[in-house]
Design a protein around this ligand. Structure first.
Ligand SMILES: Cc1cc2nc3c(=O)[nH]c(=O)nc-3n(C[C@H](O)[C@H](O)[C@H](O)COP(=O)(O)OP(=O)(O)OC[C@H]3O[C@@H](n4cnc5c(N)ncnc54)[C@H](O)[C@@H]3O)c2cc1C
Length: 553
């Protein structure tokens, strides 16, 4: 691999929703700055937005306020969120929505020109081309994009982040990119648990299979503080096709078990984790499978449902057409996905301040990789991207490029990155991935275990993952593409180890199904606090830190 050095004022890692928005805004706020995005796929269709989405799920419709948004997010997260972060997201949601509309995103409107609401915080869009619209704006803004370039680790000097190492999948160049400030926007982590689909279809999953926790792993290795990994996210989705249940719920569908009973009626307070938890309980009680039952809707409502599904999950509509199923009597089977680590739906990620600065000077985080603010969705990722960039610009104006990076540091990372290419014999990517997913499934609350956790098995997971990390030193790659896959598994093992420590530490059940401790089944007020972790960069030991919850009120 050829080594190439490069300087940029602001480096954004990950060209998804948060990264693209940050790039565009960087050139608006600081047109004189060099801004570079490194994206491991192609920015036109990368990340969670790649296949399109059909609604903006975090928007304040008339009557909604940032305070009400905070109340809702807190309720849905059983009381524990970073109030300051969520509130500041609430303040920016409508501003960023207006921006993307100006850039070409079609948003549905009523006859008076008002956005068409799907619920108090959700508006309808034609979002199948959301990502290309953003990518075009990135290009027009003259942000440099290095596509198919995989970030591997931060450049660290005197405890501060001064850039990133990366390699290009096509030409094999190993980059040493120096920056005055870095924004991490690599999304969450899929593929840590055994996926619902197997074999060739194993990457057919709800979360983007290409978001494999690189940003988390880079932060963990560099000694950044991470928060709330134990709040895993499990999506309740239509079986096989993974269509969003929300589209059916907004059309009036009810969750029923195999006896036709509306099982949510058994619960007092219904929020997102409970909808999933209740379904899992019905399955455990032998009353599964469960369904979303939608009948007695008008032809127009049926057409509207189809239209909204076509924007992000056309498979289900095509299936109905092929099988002659009409929308006036729909019953679709639902199930939970495998667990993910996703800061934008739950709140696992970097511990950041209000400026979106991490605990490492020079490093900012935005979107799914940033912690503390669940339910931020795409517009929340935009707000965080903008906030991060404003503060990264301020930081950059007061700092300079790192003078000289020691050759030995570059060599160390280069050798770590290319090591799998040097192995002719060892463990394959698929073998290592299967082992990781088996450990997590069996011992750390996978779907087949009804997502349930207990100390004894989690401690077994801890031991097995330690062993697996050693085996990862022998992973084999035959080409640059396999090299990327190898590092994806290495990163996921890093994330899994931290996740298990968080799961062991929280001795209560705060978020049923996302985090059900069968040995501590109650929610306890003295656990209304954040569980954070930091790796000691010398001993490599994971240290847990407790941080108090702080109410804005
Ligand atoms: C299936 C699905 C449906 C959704 N539907 C909706 C919806 O209807 N409405 C709504 O408001 N929100 C929706 N969301 C949420 C929304 O899409 C996400 O919250 C948002 O995209 C998160 O932005 P992000 O930038 O953090 O991550 P992403 O947009 O996923 O971007 C992360 C980027 O980082 C890149 N990357 C990863 N690792 C590396 C690396 N090592 N080097 C370089 N680049 C890297 C990835 O390729 C990717 O482009 C949905 C999410 C999913 C998964």
């Amino acid at each position: 691999m050829e080594i190439s050095e490069k300087n940029t004022d602001i480096l954004i890692i990950g060209g998804g929703a948060a990264g693209s928005f940050a790039g565009i805004m960087a050139k608006e706020y600081a047109p004189d700055f060099d801004v570079t995005i490194i994206e491991k796929a192609h920015i036109d269709r990368s990340g969670c937005l790649a296949a399109g989405i059909n609604a903006i799920n975090a928007y304040l419709t008339p009557g909604q306020t940032p305070e009400k948004y905070l109340d809702y997010v807190k309720r849905d997260s059983n009381g524990l969120v970073r109030d300051d972060l969520v509130y500041s997201i609430g303040q920016g949601l409508n501003r960023v929505t207006q921006k993307v509309e100006e850039w070409g995103l079609p948003i549905h409107k009523d006859e008076d020109g008002n956005y068409l609401a799907r619920g108090p915080r959700s508006i309808k869009i034609d979002g199948e081309n959301f990502k290309p619209i953003l990518a075009n704006k990135v290009r027009k803004s003259r942000v440099e994009v290095l596509n198919r370039t995989v970030a591997t680790n931060y450049i660290i000097q005197d405890g501060a982040v001064r850039g990133s190492y990366a390699f290009n999948l096509r030409d094999g160049i190993f980059y040493v990119i120096k920056a005055k400030a870095v924004i991490c926007a690599t999304g969450g982590a899929a593929g840590i648990y055994r996926p619902n689909n197997s074999g060739q279809a194993r990457h057919k999953m709800w979360y983007s299979p290409f978001n494999t926790g690189a940003g988390y792993a880079m932060g963990i290795r560099a000694g950044a503080e991470m928060t709330t990994f134990e709040m895993r996210f499990v999506a309740l989705r239509v079986k096989d096709v993974l269509a969003p249940t929300g589209s059916f719920a907004f059309a009036g569908a009810k969750q029923v078990n195999s006896n036709g009973e509306e099982y949510l009626k058994k619960y007092d307070k219904i929020n997102t984790p409970i909808r999933l938890y209740a379904t899992v309980q019905e399955e455990k009680a032998g009353k599964g499978p469960c369904f979303l039952n939608l009948n007695n809707i008008s032809k127009e409502e049926g057409e509207e449902l189809k239209r909204s599904l076509l924007g992000m999950c056309p498979g289900i509509v095509l299936q109905w057409e092929e099988q002659g199923i009409s929308t006036d009597n729909i019953k679709v089977e639902i199930e939970g996905t495998e667990p993910y680590i996703v800061g934008g739906h739950c709140q696992a990620g970097y511990w950041i301040d209000k400026n979106r600065q991490t605990t490492l000077p020079g490093l900012f985080a935005a979107g799914d990789v940033a912690g503390g603010a669940p339910k931020k969705y795409v517009t929340g990722a935009f707000v965080e991207g903008e906030t991060a960039v404003i503060n990264a610009i301020k930081y950059s104006r007061e700092s300079d490029f790192v003078d000289d990076i020691q050759d030995s540091m570059i060599k160390e990372e280069y050798n770590r990155v290319i090591r799998p290419l040097k192995h002719t014999d060892g463990i394959t990517v698929e073998e290592l991935e299967n082992k990781l997913q088996d450990i997590m499934e069996e011992y750390a609350g996978g779907k087949s275990k009804s997502y349930e956790l207990e100390e004894e098995t989690l401690k077994e997971a801890r031991i097995l993952l330690k062993e697996l990390k050693k085996q990862a030193d022998h992973i084999v790659a035959e080409n640059h593409h396999q090299l990327m896959l190898a590092h994806e598994v290495i990163d996921r093992i890093e994330v899994a180890r931290v996740l298990v420590e968080h799961l062991i530490y929280r001795k209560e059940t705060r978020w049923p199904a996302y985090q059900t401790r069968i040995d501590y089944p109650e929610r306890k007020e003295d656990w209304l606090k954040f569980i954070n972790s930091v790796i000691d960069t010398d001993s490599k030991k994971i240290k847990i830190i407790e941080r108090d919850y702080q109410s804005l009120k």
